[in-house]
Design a protein. Sequence first.
Length: 363
Amino acid sequence: MSQLVADDDHPQQRYTSLYTDLSRTVRELGLLNRRHRYYWIRIALVTLAFAGVWAGVGLLGNSWLVLLLAGGLALVLTQVAFLSHDGAHRQIFDSKRWNDWTTRLLAAVLVGMSSSWWHSKHSRHHAAPNQLGRDPDIGAGVIAFTPGTFAQRKGLAAWLTRRQGWLFFPLLTLEGLSLYVASLRHLFRRTASSMERIEAAIVLTRLAGSVAALLILLPVGKAGAFFGLQLAVFGICLGGSFAPNHKGMPLVPATMKLDFLRRQVMMSRNIRGGMIVDFALGGLNYQIEHHLFPSMPRPTLRQVQPIVREYCDLHGVKYTEVGLFTSYGIVVDYLNNVGLRARDPFQCPLAAELRSAGGRDLA
């Protein structure tokens, strides 16, 4: 990789050139090449696991042990969701059409969720991570992720928000239900496309089929417990994999313009932990690399990480990596104290780092 000379009068152009240089190196090393075998094996395994769980439900029947399979199904669906995420980013195949259909079928047939809804939301997040007014992942909701959202809350809502960090993980048990509701609302809006109407039919068939199967195989109470437990574990798994990546990292004002390299690296957090964490988080623990190269196949992220980290260190771009439990601690602390943050969310020391790197024209 070439070493570029800093141009303090044109910081945006300098960092844009740095990303172009890094991207060229990554491409020349073949790190953006598809990994078809990896993904075909993964797709086959999750499909077999999905079928195996339902076969197990039929075999166990009216036994409380069947609730263990509810947790197992949630784990399988989480892995399917990760694969759907990869397909949406064009990581699996070279063909856009193949990626789109793989994503759509994995999400709709196995998970019972709309991939088009999720892709629209997720694309906006990737375009402007942690930017106020642009990143939907920090928009107003049950959890207040920004000082502005906190400031609008009064009375009991404000009291709860000051303690929301401790409520975060219990609230994740409702995340699965929230995702399904948002997905269905998206599919049944008046402006839904013809493809989304097809997707809606598949999703409804999948969800109705699951409910019918549970009611046929299990007593009503046990079927309800199975469905509720599966939703709760699914929400914890997905929410627990997304939360460590950006929560507690700097917020970017709505009007601030930032080059691609720093926008993606400085607002993201990697999670160290080896292959177990790689599996549990679906490769999202390499969040920095994923944001820099969204179409890079998941198994390649581990290979590109040392290149990206060294490059960031060389050019003074802050690269953040912590352990999994440390990251959860950061998230809880941030959420408990979001109302105490300074009025300028993009404050020192990060703003100082940007300005010292020649970014005085960013504000």
